[in-house]
Design a protein around this ligand. Structure first.
Ligand code: FAD
Length: 426
């Protein structure tokens, strides 16, 4: 549960902003080298993980073995296995024979880990980070929260919504993260068409959630030519091992973006079991009601949305063809983007940026900036273009945390092993 707030404005060795899986993993592995020298500030009032998207029955896309610590230190007290054993749930869980871990279980695991760590300050948003008098200063509502030598940004992502959706009648569009909260307002119009825009896992889960709630006319619109499954094959999984990360840093940066695009379905596709559930639910409804409630509309990019007379008209484009899809309302699962870095303009001016205005993240996850010799900044989960799809994923969390720690303490605190690599990448 939430720990006591820090009193006064203490000076800490390292502060992590955000207590999602990225920084929780870092704090867990910090224990071996510098216990009590890291504090995490988290804006949410208590433990949670994408709570708005925690629909009934949703599953993880990664193995339970890819927890906060095990792939680097399987003896760590915060392993998933220890959580299962020490909370008495192991046999009940095993005998349920899940193909993949329920997300609800992962959320509980994170809450348990954070409780053991006792280093997260919940309900504490960091509004800005400045650098003054040879230290980082973290502020909220104009007040100094704490100062520190080093900062790790683990602030995650936020929904990315096309501007025409932001400019239309907001009572007719619901960002997927808020579906559970807002769907009640549409329960009386379940017979009227609703669009789900976005063909990834979040869109698929929104479709399932609507079908499960009895919506009778769901239009699922996706950009790809088909609702493509996640590629979890052995060669696809090779991108999610430390050896591939190491290889990536030998590739000239100019090739990164194209490579990332080619690998996109290894992270952004829909889980096969979710697709099967959707198809089976649709068919079950056909059997029961002589009417299949879902229409799949792939190969379309929504390029406009106009609200009129309580209706939303979506303009879809497929090359030079246009189609207008009239719906009562729409759920937006249009992707995610890195949350904005909460740094002052002065500090930002000392950071080296890419042409896109993003921070340059070095192979050890440090941010390239003017005073990085003495005071380090690290950025987790915002370097997909340079560190591959695994950067936005849970697979390499412990490896990434270990690399940050090794770099910060300038020694090999954690030995990173990944041998027996049988793929030759170029
Ligand atoms: C619904 C969903 C399911 C996913 N499932 C999987 C999966 O099964 N396997 C997989 O590998 N990947 C999955 N991912 C992708 C990725 O692993 C997750 O997004 C993961 O949560 C990333 O961890 P993070 O710690 O970087 O970010 P987050 O989990 O987003 O955590 C960031 C935290 O920072 C806090 N924060 C932000 N700004 C501030 C601030 N200024 N001050 C204080 N706190 C702040 C936020 O409140 C948040 O708690 C999933 C993503 C989503 C959206």
């Amino acid at each position: 549960m939430p720990t006591q707030p820090l009193t006064g404005s203490p000076h800490v060795h390292t502060i992590g902003i955000g207590a999602g899986p990225a920084n929780l993993s870092l704090a867990a592995l910090f224990e071996a080298v510098a216990p009590a020298r890291i504090v995490l500030f988290e804006q949410q009032s208590g433990p949670g993980w994408h709570d708005g998207l925690l629909h009934e029955g949703v599953r993880m896309q990664t193995s339970w073995m890819k927890d906060l610590v095990s792939t680097v230190d399987p003896t760590h007290r915060l392993s998933f296995l220890n959580y299962m054993v020490s909370t008495g749930r192991l046999y009940a869980y095993l005998n349920a024979q899940y193909d993949s871990l329920p997300r609800q279980e992962y959320v509980r695991y994170l809450g348990w880990a954070s409780e053991q760590l006792r280093t997260v300050r919940y309900g504490q948003r960091v509004d800005e980070v400045a650098f003054c008098d040879d230290r980082f200063v973290l502020r909220a509502a104009g007040q100094t929260l704490a100062t520190c030598e080093h900062v790790v940004f683990g602030i995650g992502t936020v929904p990315s919504v096309p501007s025409f959706f932001r400019e239309t009648d907001q009572s007719l569009v619901v960002v997927a993260d808020r579906l559970a909260e807002r769907v009640g307002a549409f329960m009386d119009v379940r017979d009227q068409p609703v669009a789900v825009v976005g063909g990834g896992q979040t869109g698929a889960e929104a479709v399932l959630s609507l079908l499960g709630r009895g919506f009778q006319d769901v239009r699922w619109i996706g950009r790809r030519p088909w609702f493509a499954p996640l590629d979890e094959s052995p060669p696809a999984n090779e991108f999610y091992r430390p050896a591939y990360q190491k290889h990536l840093h030998t590739v000239p940066r100019v090739h990164y973006r194209k490579m990332a695009q080619a690998q996109v379905l290894t992270s952004d596709g829909v889980s096969a079991h979710t697709l099967r559930s959707i198809y089976q639910l649709n068919y079950d409804r056909l059997l029961a009601d002589e009417h299949a409630p879902l229409r799949l509309m792939p190969g379309r990019t929504v390029v406009g949305a106009e609200a009129a007379a309580g209706e939303l008209r979506l303009t879809c484009a497929a090359d030079d063809r246009r189609q207008v899809v009239p719906v009562r309302w729409a759920v937006l699962a249009t992707g995610r983007t890195s949350a904005a870095l909460p740094v002052t303009e002065e500090l930002l001016s000392e950071i080296e940026l890419t042409d896109d205005g993003e921070v340059i993240v070095e192979p050890d996850y440090s941010v390239r900036w003017k005073r990085s010799g003495q005071h380090r900044m690290f950025a987790l989960n915002r370097a997909r273009d340079s560190h591959g799809p695994a950067d936005a994923n849970l697979s390499l969390l412990p490896t990434r945390s270990a690399m940050v720690i090794n770099s910060l303490f300038e020694r090999t605190v954690y030995q990173l092993r990944d041998e027996h690599v049988h793929t030759e990448w170029l």
